[in-house]
Ligand binder design. Structure first.
Ligand code: NI
Length: 178
């Protein structure tokens, strides 16, 4: 379909609380998902949320199912479209990890996230998704679902000594597009 413009931090549309999807398996929903897919692929992203392309609905996409040059050390996360998500932390344990965001290009920061998590929601056909995950997979889900609540990862950074430009923090990492 189309590679869409990714909104950047500072755009008020990234601060909205997204609306739930009420109808599944529609042409409109499939077109949105195709646009997310094309846009995420073009940017080598690990995830993308509908609000990042200016669409105010609770749809996120994450995972590559394959090696991602922007996250060379990351474990594989299955490619997932998650709609109307509900996240439930499993335990109180938090884990620090580096994050970037296509809406915050050129920067990375350390963000505490729940280490283990259950997520529930729906796929594009309206079939239930219910998974318990941990580590990087759990981190990606929390990052993407934050976009549906108007939260960008820099809002969760606690230690700004671990926040900065990707090219300085990680010289040599392919960050041309982030
Ligand atoms: Ni993001």
């Amino acid at each position: 379909m189309a590679v869409r413009t990714i909104l950047k931090m500072g755009d008020a549309r990234l601060l909205r609380v997204a609306q739930p999807v009420t109808q599944f398996d529609t042409a409109q929903l499939h077109a949105l998902i195709q646009d997310l897919e094309d846009t995420m692929q073009a940017a080598d992203g690990a995830g993308l949320a509908a609000p990042q392309i200016g669409v105010d609905v609770q749809v996120v996409m994450f995972g590559s199912g394959a090696f991602n040059p922007r996250y060379p050390d990351a474990p594989v996360v299955p490619r997932t479209v998650l709609i109307n998500p509900v996240l439930t932390p499993l335990g109180d344990a938090l884990e620090d990890g580096w994050e970037g965001c296509l809406s915050v290009p050129g920067l990375r920061g350390v963000v505490p996230r729940f280490q283990r998590l259950r997520y529930q929601g729906y796929d594009p056909l309206g079939q239930a998704i219910d998974r318990c995950v941990e580590g990087f997979h759990a981190r990606v889900v929390q990052h993407e679902c934050d976009h549906l609540m108007g939260m960008l990862y820099p809002m969760r950074v606690r230690d700004f000594s671990r926040f900065g430009f990707t090219e300085v923090l990680f010289p040599g990492l392919d960050s041309a597009d982030d």
